[in-house]
Ligand binder design. Structure first.
Ligand SMILES: Cc1ncc(C[n+]2csc(CCO)c2C)c(N)n1
Length: 223
């Protein structure tokens, strides 16, 4: 499966890290239902905080955009994150007796700090493309994981999670973000972006963010 033309190149350049992320033991545990509930809730509480900072990162993308089209796409993502994406976390945690105030006050795990602040820094120290390369593994990785798990899931309590990311709405989001990235790359790097002196650094940013996703899953498992 692939979204757009830039993402497959970045994914290939990330090598084994991409496999480590999308086929992580945490993911396999959701697929076959063996993931302990405590690990999933630990992940979900941290992921709520993650989404707070990801909303900030997409907000930064609005200010780093160079076209109105880019601004609209990033602003729409901020809106979706704050108003739709986080609701899933709030409702699932509420059912487990965790309030939103408790979510907001939870202490960030070091793996969470490392990942979210890395992404923010990619945007602060770089331009729109640096930020997109750091954001891409998160958005498109979950799209890939959702699709794979929907086709291979066993009897699992995580069917809702899988259905969310395998569903048409989320897959449309993935295609839209891939299109945003392809357009942004063409706008800034021209018709042969892989020849740009900037290309290796963008690949490196993508790979680093991918490794930080691996560590984020690991945090859920290790507690
Ligand atoms: C650690 C971690 N990585 C990726 C996602 C997935 N995700 C993050 S933001 C977003 C909406 C589109 O930008 C989606 C689907 C997550 N929740 N947690």
């Amino acid at each position: 499966m692939s979204y757009g033309t830039t993402f497959p190149l970045w994914r290939a350049a990330a090598g084994g890290a991409w496999q480590d992320y999308t086929c992580h033991a945490f993911v396999e545990g959701m697929r076959d239902g063996t993931l302990p509930r405590a690990a999933f809730l630990r992940y979900l509480v941290q992921d709520y905080l993650f989404l707070v900072h990801f909303s900030r990162a997409w907000s930064l993308a609005v200010t780093k955009a160079e076209t109105l089209e880019e601004m609209r796409a990033c602003a729409a993502t901020v809106h979706a994150l704050l108003n739709d994406e986080m609701r899933l976390h709030i409702e699932t945690c509420a059912a487990a007796g965790i309030t939103e105030a408790e979510l907001y006050a939870a202490r960030e795990a070091p793996q969470n700090l490392a990942y979210t602040r890395y992404v923010m820094d990619a945007g602060h120290s770089g331009d729109f493309l640096d930020l997109m390369a750091a954001l891409a593994p998160c958005v498109l990785g979950y799209g890939e994981i959702g699709t794979r798990l929907a086709a291979a899931a066993g009897d699992t309590a995580y069917a809702d999670w899988i259905a969310t990311y395998a569903g048409d709405d989320y897959q449309d989001t993935c295609r839209a973000v891939a299109g945003l990235i392809d357009g942004a790359v063409a706008y800034r790097l021209g018709p042969s972006p892989t020849d740009s002196p900037r290309w290796p650094r963008l690949c490196a940013r993508f790979e680093t963010a991918t490794r930080l996703e691996v560590d984020f899953w690991g945090m859920g498992l290790s507690g």
